[in-house]
Design a protein around this ligand. Structure first.
Ligand code: RP5
Length: 159
């Protein structure tokens, strides 16, 4: 059964969203990946948002660019935590459209927004949420963080 759903507004978002897929695969966390467009497939958006929690999904990562309404609309209908990834799409105004569309949610409907193109952190954050109730995942995150520390310490050895 999938634990994290990764959705994006367009296949063109995949090069960015692949970072979330890779990090969650690295933690051996089950994922499902789909294209769900807030503007082009609103019925699919509704079905996904209303049913994700009934399919064993615990966290949703949603990436979109431009007028990026996907994460917020999912958050409006799903009881699950939603992590939003602003994607810098090719015709965007330096990505500010994506960032502000996802970040500036009204009170009561949170979207945990990561940095522009920050899908890697979205994956880590999703794993950390699962880790609150899964010791095996928590252990993997601690090992991951030890790896980050070791890289910095190693990098300082040959200055
Ligand atoms: C958004 O519009 C998508 O999330 C994507 O970032 C952007 C461009 O989509 P395409 O025109 O490439 O399908 O809805």
């Amino acid at each position: 059964m999938s634990k994290v759903a990764i959705i994006m507004g367009s296949k063109s978002d995949m090069p960015v969203m692949q970072d979330a897929i890779d990090i969650l695969n690295g933690f051996d966390i089950e994922i499902e990946v789909d294209i769900v467009s807030a503007h082009r497939t609103p019925e699919k958006l509704y079905e996904f948002s209303k049913n994700a929690h009934n399919r064993g999904i615990k966290v949703i990562i949603a990436g979109a660019g431009g007028a990026a309404h996907l994460p917020g609309m999912v958050a409006s209908m799903s009881p699950l935590p939603v992590i939003g990834v602003p994607v810098k799409s090719s015709n965007s105004i330096d990505g500010w459209d994506s960032v502000l569309s996802i970040l500036q949610m009204p009170g009561g409907v949170p979207v945990a927004t990561v940095a522009l193109n920050g899908a890697k952190n979205a994956g880590i954050l999703a794993a950390q949420i699962l880790g609150c109730s899964d010791q095996c995942v928590l252990d993997k995150i601690m090992i991951y963080k030890e790896g980050l520390k070791a890289k910095v310490i190693d990098s300082a050895k040959n200055l």
